[in-house]
Design a protein. Structure first.
Length: 324
């Protein structure tokens, strides 16, 4: 496999070690970017599946915690976002033709993990849209020992518009040749972090984490995305419906859900968790959409549960709590 060096950005004040970044090609010949943070003495590896609009640099603080616990972290810019190839002339909307295309990125990620000889066992850690991609990958046989989901997109909170209306609007826009345009209510071409004040945001109650992400978005605007395209909305709704009809994979699972979740569907998460024989739902009082960037107290709850899943019975959790 051809893995050539790729850029990786850091803010001037950053204290984290930079990732190794690589370019690689998917089977349909799109250029994708990977980031690898290596632990000094790794005992396992996390495959980190980001959400919509995200880029690998955002997860440097998460990787700092995990590598300190002896866990390699390998992540990806999904097609259409970050520094991976965008899928249409207007690079701002998050866009996809069909969610099955993301599985080509997963295949490329797994092939890279094998080529890099990353320490096994491997574990899945997936956020939001990455949770939909990750669930589909598990159903396709993703070679991981455990799966952890942060506010996974197993359904979308599309209120006040009914689901049927959102689907119909997506189909109409696509027939009119406007399927790549930002869908109404998803944010247009702007970047959410730069357009929304902290006090109204849906992502985190941690002002420091929010400020860092705002600085990143301002410093690296080419990595950011605007709203979702009409076609993305339709494809996402169709994928959520498809996944809901499938049985849970036979993999130990943790899923977290904040009490202030307004981005994805809380009922869909609870329904899937209840039907997952080896699954656990952790509901976080006061949590928003991004638990890994929440307040230190909520982060500690998340990492405690995560480490209990991947290392049952091992006393690593105080190290994470102390680090915030």
């Amino acid at each position: 496999m051809d893995l050539s060096p790729a850029p990786f950005h850091q803010l001037p004040e950053s204290q984290e070690l930079p990732a190794e970044a690589f370019w690689l090609r998917s089977d349909d010949d799109l250029r994708l970017r990977l980031a690898l943070w290596r632990a000094e003495a790794p005992v396992e590896t996390v495959l980190l599946f980001p959400g919509r609009t995200e880029y690998v640099e955002k997860y440097a603080p998460v990787a700092q915690i995990l590598t300190g616990l002896g866990i390699n972290v390998l992540s990806i810019d999904w097609r259409g976002q970050g520094m991976s190839d965008r899928l249409q002339d207007n690079p701002r909307p998050g866009h996809i033709g069909d969610f099955s295309q993301y599985q080509l990125d997963v295949v490329a990620l797994i092939e890279a993990a094998a080529a890099l000889n990353l320490t096994e066992p491997w574990h899945l850690l997936a956020h939001s849209m990455g949770g939909a991609i990750g669930l589909a990958a598990l159903m396709n046989g993703l070679p991981v020992r455990t799966a952890t989901f942060s506010a996974p997109m197993w359904g979308i909170n599309h209120a006040p518009m009914p689901r049927a209306a959102a689907l119909a609007l997506s189909k109409i826009a696509s027939k009119l040749g406007r399927g790549g345009n930002p869908a109404i209510g998803t944010g247009g071409n702007g970047a959410y972090l730069l357009d929304e004040p902290f006090q109204n945001n849906l992502l985190t109650g941690n002002a420091d984490a929010w400020a860092r992400q705002v600085r990143e978005a301002a410093a690296w605007p080419e990595l950011t995305l605007g709203g979702a395209s009409y076609r993305w909305v339709g494809a996402a709704l169709e994928e959520c419906r498809r996944l809901a009809a499938e049985p849970a994979p036979d993999v130990p699972m943790l899923v977290t859900l904040g009490s202030k979740e307004l981005v994805v569907s809380a009922p869909a998460i609870r329904t899937r968790a209840a039907g997952w024989p080896a699954g656990r739902l952790l509901e976080l009082d006061g949590g928003h959409h991004e638990v890994m960037f929440e307040t230190p107290e909520l982060q500690a709850q998340f990492y405690d549960a995560f480490l209990n899943l991947i290392r049952p019975g091992q006393p690593d959790r105080q190290q994470v709590a102390a680090g915030g």
